[in-house]
Write a protein that binds this ligand. Structure first.
Ligand code: NAP
Length: 283
């Protein structure tokens, strides 16, 4: 049986670090604060928002919610965003995307002031990930992968890491973060050929695909560590599942992060730690 890399312990350790920093910041008269922008009432957004509010409360980060009806005008939305950008008492801004289609996503992502881009979605934040500069923040899910590997003391130096997925939110940034830790990184995608042959040679396999249970025993080896980033709804089984067929590979690898209970449990802790870091960078 593989070792289970659970996210809860990782999130708790990140939270504890945040709590310590918040207490130091408060001694210096700084109250970290996160502004949350939501348009409409999508269940996914509401559920992530509940998680973020809970974590902020636990850590001592204040929250301000900007909630708009589905038909909010761009003018009203951007006016409020600009207010939050200019407000010195707000250290982080999270916008639930995508917004309704009339909002241009690229404009939206880049309208958040980079030092408050705690979700790591602006081009400048991504440039920071690629250039190793503190221009903004790494996307939370990508960083959660590194946090998990660090927590379980999985050494990355010289390891063969295969990342399946090349999105701007996960695949590309996580590859850069792992490269920074001296891993040898191979990035695969939907046009890669003979994926099982590439993946099964990996010491560490990071799956960020969005295809329910696609990764089976033909992609793995007995010494492999799998980080399953996927969150998919399995219609047939009527349950949440990852990109990895857990039952099929569990007995054939060294360690695996479960879904749910793996990477997904770490992202809000990373988000809140970014808010704390944004406040810390001010002193
Ligand atoms: P995405 O933008 O759709 O990207 C998926 C990537 O997978 C693309 O690069 C795509 O290749 C590649 N891909 C698709 N089918 C493939 C196949 N058959 N073989 C090889 N590669 C394939 O998705 P994303 O936003 O990165 O999200 C990926 C997964 O992570 C989703 O399940 C999402 O729900 C989950 N997620 C989890 C968290 C968390 O906190 N755990 C947060 C966000 C997202 P091409 O580039 O060639 O199209």
């Amino acid at each position: 049986m593989a070792e289970l890399l659970k996210g809860k312990a990782v999130a708790e350790a990140i939270n504890q670090r945040s709590i310590d920093t918040v207490s130091m910041l408060k001694e210096n008269g700084i109250q970290p604060s996160l502004a949350i922008f939501r348009v409409g009432n999508k269940e996914d957004d509401l559920s992530y928002e509940r998680g973020a509010l809970k974590r902020c409360g636990e850590v001592g980060v204040e929250t301000i919610q900007y909630i708009f009806d589905e038909d909010v005008s761009e003018e009203t939305f951007y006016q409020k965003l600009e207010e939050a950008n200019r407000n010195d008492t707000i250290h982080g801004i999270l916008i639930f995307r995508p917004l309704p289609k009339r909002f241009d996503d690229e404009k939206l992502r880049n309208s958040i002031c980079p030092e408050k881009d705690v979700d790591g979605c602006s081009d400048l934040s991504l440039a920071g990930v690629f250039t190793d500069k503190e221009l903004g923040f790494a996307p939370c899910t990508a960083q959660s992968v590194v946090e998990m590997l660090d927590h379980y003391q999985i050494d990355l130096k010289g390891k063969n890491v295969v990342v399946i997925g090349r999105s701007l939110v996960i695949g590309k940034p996580v590859s850069m973060l792992l490269l920074k830790r001296n891993a040898t990184v191979t990035i695969c995608h939907s046009r890669s050929t003979d994926l099982p042959a590439i993946a099964s040679k990996a010491d560490i396999l990071v799956c960020a695909i969005g295809k329910a249970e696609m990764i089976d025993h033909s992609y793995v080896n007995p010494n492999q560590i799998i980080i399953d980033v996927g969150i998919n709804w399995n219609e047939e089984k009527q349950k949440l599942c990852g990109d990895v067929n857990f039952e099929d590979v569990e007995t054939k690898v060294k360690a695996i992060s479960p879904v749910p209970g793996g990477i997904g449990s770490i992202t809000t802790a990373v988000l809140v730690s970014h808010v704390v870091e944004a406040a810390h960078r001010k002193i």
